[in-house]
Write a new protein. Sequence first.
Length: 508
Amino acid sequence: MIEQAASLEPSGQPPPELRIYVNRNLRMGTIRAIGFDMDYTLARYHRERMEEVAHRLTLEKLVARGYPAELRALRYDPSFVIRGLTVDKQNGNILKLDRHNHACRVFHGRRRLTSEERRETYQRERISFTPPRFALIDTLFSLPEMCLFADLVDMLDRPGHGMPTSDLARIFDDTRECIDEAHRDDTLKSLIKADLPHFVDRDPLLGRTLHKLRSAGKKLFLLTNSYWDYTKEVMSYLLDGDLPEYPEWQRYFDIVIVGAKKPDFFVTQAPFVELDEAGQALEAPVEKLEKGHIYQGGNLRELERLGGAGGEEVLYVGDHIYGDILRSKKASLWRTALVVEELEDEIAKTRAHAVEFDRLVALEEERRRLDDLTNLQRQQLGAFEKTHGSEEARALPEFIHLKAQRDEAKRALLRVGETIDRLEGQLDAVFNPNWGMVFKEGPENSRFGAQVEDYACLYTSRVSTFLGYSAYQYFRSPRDLMAHERDRVRPCPDESEVTPELRRAAEG
């Protein structure tokens, strides 16, 4: 898959899995500086290995807080969770929302709620799916905590569970605090540093991509929440010696900022602190951000002032829809590119099942047509009754014939609906049996898909996809279509399927 990034299809484009997709026009020729997050952006992890270790360390920390020792028997289930879900801390539920914030799928622990339970909980009143009651799972780092929370909810529901609290929100917060602690106190990162090839996927095209952007005159900067001791180990593994022009990874970057504390970096006024090679703070105030130096903390305004580029001249590339993309978008004029690792897999599976997806589209069109037809027939039957009276109309041959047509159309509508449900279930299982696709929920975009569309100027699966494009590329978004524009090729429902004789009879 990686090796394809440097090759083009006959159309002149990279293969679909390795393309850059555009939500908002962006001229690379006007971009002077490109910033990169590190974790899950420049550094791609072997996800299941990483998540399994984070899950195990979190279990140990929960047990140390008084949770039952039997938690140690729990095993991480990567097939249960996907990015973009929402946790209802109050009820112990995990939800998948569509772009309209409709709760389409809900699990309580590992049990899927019935349609009736889901409607009773989330459709009786307007709900704002925001903190503190709801937690958004929009980063890959959060998947283990969501899986563990589901298992803890199941345990709490069992008699004699031994849990130190029955407060579901407290259980979720404890889980999040423990997984954050595992990242923060070096218990997780020390294991990764000790065996980087086991945990980190080294993209052989990354160095060439960064070199191409630098050669076009772009200033590159690293902006990561990871601290120096971890950053230098990972970046050295990714880039050191990859190209003869860059014997050390730092030479790729004009500015290196660690411990940035995003998303606060975009909204606070924290100062920059310069570090020595050992990661110790230097006392001198930072008056300029220089190549070959290491900085910690800081804030967006000072980065623009001291770094020599700002506003729409900056493109920031990250993987976290909130911490990297949404906050930078709301706090600045920076352009944004979101790295969504799952995109490669979703596109590959969608292409492999193109026939089924085309059939689904055709079935949905047929359902709309039958809906229109049965509604028209109902209206015509009503016209018969209004004109002739209910009893007399129902005895008319024309009425009987039209009613038979409508009954057949309703049966066909039911069959099409059942076929759609069955096919959607089969396609869901291709992606994730519990949640389906990351970017979609039924015919709608998922909430995560909508956020990608709303906040990311560009999105792609990995940084090295930029290698397949000119450093001066004009990324053009497709034309936006409103519902009435998409519908213009579909014939409007009319009475063409009703005979003139029936029409005349209905009109009296």
